[in-house]
Write a protein that binds this ligand. Structure first.
Ligand code: GDP
Ligand code: MN
Length: 388
């Protein structure tokens, strides 16, 4: 789950990390009072949306007078921001941050992610902070230092020194940097983070470090023990399909292709994606119905998958363990009838009650293409979609 920049800063502020003061406005009527409360006559005004690249899209403005602060805040409230991360539809800004203006001498990058390959938190540090870190990673990867931590998030003094040196920090900046790195790692572990990204981390002309921008993503599986963060969930920042999936406690991932996929389990989702790719297709989305879906949930899942207009065909790939194939089959049949399915549907079932499941589908008389295994299923749906 993602949170807004201001929420990330509130979270990180609790770990005593250095952040400029800010206020949030949600209504044009609140702007004057907010400026008074912050006590500034120049500020940076920033749209709060779940997307990066705001600066380049006009979502971050420096204002040199109260009047200017107000103008920017007014024009940002309710605006639809289109950045390279949002797609054409854009994303609505319902909240605006007004923050003390930072005096920037240098912009750095500092991020922590989970490195899935090595199963550990990984710190990435760079002197090339600001708005184009993806390009830095691509064009000059040597400018990014990668520091792998132990799975429990332990960082050694030696590793901290390496980062401080790589950033070129000396004197009191090095001291602040050392503290900051420790706190950042502690925060990342405490909040069950999957991403903590500070871009930019800045140094002011006096050599003091501040977190100027902050992005946090939390591992969804850990939200049950992060109730304060779970409460920050903002459906206005998600697609209707994501909101619906969230309500039903289904894992939904939107992608760029045209094959809608219903699977159970993240591993099977990965395998399905790989094999679709191998057969020359691309998934439009993945919906993981999990291990305990009911017939009704399967019907709702179908509706979510179909709400994406890019979907030109559906692949159902279920390995029945706890989830029984006959339940899935009943759900599929009910869904096909209810939504008057117009796109081709390929179903591959395997596992518990598979024979009952297949019989339910055959007996329904509906046009469902059966597949014997995953390779066969992927091949069939790719053919169907291409022929469409
Ligand atoms: P993003 O584009 O969504 O990543 O938004 P950021 O919060 O990172 O802001 C983009 C850029 O705006 C930063 O890299 C800075 O160069 C600039 N910026 C943001 N806040 C301030 C500020 O307080 N003072 C100054 N001078 N520039 C700022
Ligand atoms: Mn940024």
């Amino acid at each position: 789950m993602n949170v807004h920049e201001y929420q990330a800063k509130e979270i990180l502020g609790e770990f005593a990390l250095p952040i400029h003061k800010f206020v949030i406005v949600r209504d044009k009527k609140e702007i004057d009072a907010a400026i008074e409360k912050l006590g500034v006559d120049k500020a940076v005004v920033k749209v709060q949306v779940h997307a990066g690249g705001r600066g380049k899209a006009g979502g971050v403005k420096v204002a040199m007078s109260k009047e200017e602060i107000k103008q920017h805040a007014e024009s940002m409230l309710g605006m639809k921001l289109v950045t390279k991360q949002t797609g054409e539809a854009g994303i609505t800004c319902n909240e605006v941050m007004i923050a003390e203006l930072a005096d920037i001498a240098k912009e750095y990058y500092f991020g922590i992610i989970i490195d899935r390959e090595h199963a550990c938190p990984l710190i990435m540090s760079s002197q090339e902070g600001g708005m184009d870190i993806e390009e830095v990673a691509e064009a000059s990867p040597e400018k990014i230092l990668k520091t792998a931590l132990t799975p429990d998030g332990t960082i050694t003094d030696k590793q901290i020194k390496e980062i401080v040196q790589f950033m070129g920090w000396a004197g009191h900046t090095a001291e602040q940097g050392t503290e900051m790195i420790k706190k950042m790692v502690t925060a990342f572990m405490k909040i069950d983070g999957s991403i903590l990204e500070i871009n930019p981390l800045i140094e002011d002309p006096d050599g003091n470090l501040y977190l100027l921008d902050a992005k946090i993503s939390i591992d969804d599986s850990a939200l049950y023990r992060q109730p304060e963060i779970a409460a920050m969930y903002d459906p206005s920042q998600e697609s209707p399909a994501e909101v619906e999936a969230h309500k039903l406690d289904l894992a939904y991932v939107a992608m760029e292709g045209n094959i809608g996929c219903m699977v159970n389990g993240a591993g099977l989702a990965m395998a399905t994606m790989d094999i679709i790719g191998e057969k020359g297709g691309t998934p439009a989305n993945f919906l993981d119905v999990g291990g305990s879906a009911t017939k009704e949930k399967v019907v709702e899942s179908f509706k979510i998958i179909l709400s994406d207009p890019k979907v030109k065909g559906i692949l159902v790939n279920i390995f029945g363990g706890i989830m029984k194939c006959d339940i899935i089959a009943e759900g599929v049949v009910a869904a096909v009838k209810e939504v008057h399915l117009k796109v081709p549907l390929v179903v591959r079932l395997e596992g518990t009650n598979v024979e009952e499941g297949k019989k339910i589908i055959t007996d329904s008389g509906l046009k469902v293409i059966a597949a014997v295994d995953l390779g066969d299923a992927a091949e069939k749906i790719v053919l169907e979609v291409e022929g469409a």
